[in-house]
Ligand binder design. Structure first.
Ligand SMILES: CC(C)(COP(=O)(O)OP(=O)(O)OC[C@H]1O[C@@H](n2cnc3c(N)ncnc32)[C@H](O)[C@@H]1OP(=O)(O)O)[C@@H](O)C(=O)NCCC(=O)NCCS
Length: 155
């Protein structure tokens, strides 16, 4: 683990209801089709894992996932658009992979819009492999958009 990765790990904490307002601001800026506050709140009140990356009490990003037996499903990973493309996405994903190791997870799964090139690039350069496609899975501006299914195998 390098220094930046260590710093990020120290700045990760579980999400609370009080984080929903700043999180929804980031979510609405970052996504064309953002989750609603209701969905976020449901995640918090379920057994999903919801963590924020927070520096000086300001949320910089967040990650939401669930674990079923030895599989981890990444549901949302988001970095504040103001600090995107500076390496934080990679650090957050590495934090998730470290978490998965510590819980003896075998496989990480995620779905991504086929047009989300920054995210696809992040997953591919982090060791994820494309393992499937769900045609017309997401609503899009015009019609529907495919979901690409990615997996990461932990040894
Ligand atoms: C996807 C996301 C989490 C990546 O976070 P990030 O902090 O910007 O990513 P990083 O800076 O760590 O960059 C990771 C790689 O993607 C590339 N990248 C990041 N933003 C990019 C952009 N807008 N266009 C092209 N490439 C981009 C970086 O150059 C880097 O490539 P490299 O490893 O070859 O240098 C972030 O863009 C985001 O929050 N997007 C909105 C939410 C979202 O789409 N989440 C994914 C849902 S499946």
């Amino acid at each position: 683990m390098n220094l930046d990765q260590k710093k990020l790990a120290q700045s990760m904490r579980p999400m609370t209801e009080f984080d929903l307002l700043p999180i929804m601001q980031i979510e609405n800026e970052a996504y064309q089709f953002p989750w609603t506050q209701g969905i976020m709140s449901d995640c918090l009140n379920s057994d999903y894992y919801c963590y924020v990356y927070s520096i000086d009490n300001e949320i910089q990003g967040y990650i939401i996932f669930n674990v079923v037996l030895d599989e981890l499903h990444l549901l949302n990973i988001c970095i504040d658009p103001a600090i995107q493309n500076k390496g934080y996405g990679h650090l957050l994903l590495n934090w998730l992979i470290d978490f998965a190791h510590s819980k003896h997870i075998k496989t990480l799964y995620l779905e991504v819009r086929s047009s989300n090139h920054p995210a696809i690039h992040l997953y591919e350069t982090s060791g994820f492999n494309e393992v499937g496609c769900r045609p017309n899975y997401y609503p899009a501006k015009k019609g529907k958009e495919d979901a690409l299914l990615f997996a990461y195998e932990l040894l």
